[in-house]
Design a protein. Sequence first.
Length: 78
Amino acid sequence: MHPNLDSYKFDYCAEVINALQECHRTHRLKRFFGVCTPLKESLSECLTQDYRMKQAENSAKARAKKEKMRKFNEELGI
């Protein structure tokens, strides 16, 4: 299961999102038999990569903030 697929939230995966939505529109019945499955798998991989990139960015921000607080506490003598 994947989150709500708003292209603006996942601009890294927008091309795959649009292709999957188009596949669902054009193959209304065939999609239940796996016609769109390769696109769905590509989307899952893309969303996983997007999640990991955001996770790395947030981790770097947290380390920087922690270091800043450590220096601030050292200046205060805490």
